[in-house]
Design a binder for this molecule. Structure first.
Ligand code: PHE
Length: 358
């Protein structure tokens, strides 16, 4: 048996093995249960005793050499596999990063910020009141007694709970109760706006059961209708970002103001377009008036000393007008594609000096 030739043959097979499986096949062929070296070791038993030590030593040496060669080759193959995998899975970090999904500010939030920015410039602060109101704040103190037809003007959601007077609580039908809360809680003069949610039983293209209003209230010693007109005219021109918007005040009726008016702005209507700020048509945008003496009395103010004006405007409605959104119901569907389209970028905070709607 030429051990040198056998070693050379197995070593060549080891070097030629190009995968872990091929290498394993070589190992089984040499060192496995029926491997060639194993067979040699087994054959020692049949030899004369004096030959066994020398051959036994030579076979063992061959066995160790082959084991070492296989281990070394296995290491090489593993390193090569790792290299190949790293090459395959390489990431090019110089590629442009994928754009991260970015949130949007809802048009209602945007427009609320715009309105607050404009009135803040005129010295108004923001006031708040609860969505669940009692009958007194939502109706009674605003000069709307129980059988008053104005209660039907605003289809009310009544709750099962009742207030201390046994009247059912309501979801506020307008932001006007914040007038009452503000005047009861502080001392005149007052100059506040109160944006917030309001609720009425209504549902179509331009009505949803929950929508948003902003209330305005200014009370001082010598306030008159001219202040109301000037303030609201300045407001709509700032809000629609046009200095030449035609405005008009039309006589109207609200129980809590006297006289009352509705403010219209000029617009142009064509078959499928509405342009605000020019043209010969009119569009109603808010209700307003001088605060009714009975309202002042209800909150303990002397109408001979204090007067003022109030207004209420639909935030969603002016958002639709300013940004050309046709259906109010879509505001509250939570459709991300809609928000992507009509929403505003965060961090672009509306200010009167930086531009409201950039
Ligand atoms: N509260 C009235 C409404 O919801 C709006 C309004 C507020 C009118 C203040 C006049 C003064 O229709």
């Amino acid at each position: 048996m030429d051990l040198g030739a056998l070693r050379a043959e197995i070593e060549a097979a080891i070097a030629a093995a190009d995968s872990p499986e091929a290498l394993e096949a070589v190992r089984v062929g040499a060192l496995g249960r029926k491997g060639r070296i194993t067979e040699l070791v087994k054959s020692l038993g049949a030899l004369p005793p004096e030959e066994r030590p020398r051959l036994g030593q030579a076979y063992n040496e061959l066995k160790r050499e082959i084991e070492a060669a296989i281990a070394a080759r296995r290491g090489e193959l593993e390193r090569a596999a790792l290299e190949a995998r790293l090459a395959r899975e390489r990431t090019d970090v110089t590629l442009p990063a994928r754009e991260r999904p970015q949130g949007r500010i809802h048009p209602v939030s945007q427009v609320t910020e715009e309105i607050v920015a404009i009135f803040a410039d005129m010295g108004f602060t923001v006031a708040e009141g609860p969505d669940v109101e009692d009958d007194w704040h939502n109706f009674e103190a605003l000069n709307i007694p129980p059988e008053h037809p104005a209660r039907q003007m605003q289809d009310t959601f009544y709750l099962e709970s009742r207030d201390a007077q046994g009247q059912p609580l309501v979801l506020r039908t307008h932001t006007s109760p914040v007038q009452i809360r503000t005047m009861r809680a502080g001392k005149p003069p007052f100059r506040i706006i109160a944006p917030g949610r309001v609720y009425r039983r209504d549902y179509d293209m331009t009505h949803t059961p929950m929508f948003h209003q902003v209330e305005g209230l200014l009370i001082d010693r010598r306030t008159h209708m001219g202040h109301l007109k000037g303030c609201l005219t300045d407001f709509v021109r700032a809000f629609f970002e046009r200095d030449d918007i035609p405005v008009r005040f039309r006589p109207s009726y609200f129980p809590f103001t006297e006289p009352s008016a509705e403010m219209d702005i000029g617009c142009r209507r064509s078959k499928d377009e509405l342009v605000v700020g020019e043209g010969s048509d009119w569009l109603e945008i808010l209700g307003c008036g001088m605060v009714h003496p009975k309202v002042l009395e209800a909150v303990g103010l002397d109408p001979e000393v204090w007067q003022g004006f109030a207004f209420g405007m639909g935030i969603d409605r002016v958002a639709m007008l300013k940004y050309g959104i046709p259906d109010l119901r879509t505001f509250f569907e939570g459709d991300l594609r809609w928000l992507e389209h009509y929403g505003f970028l965060p961090l672009e905070v509306p200010t009167t000096y930086g531009g409201l709607s950039r």
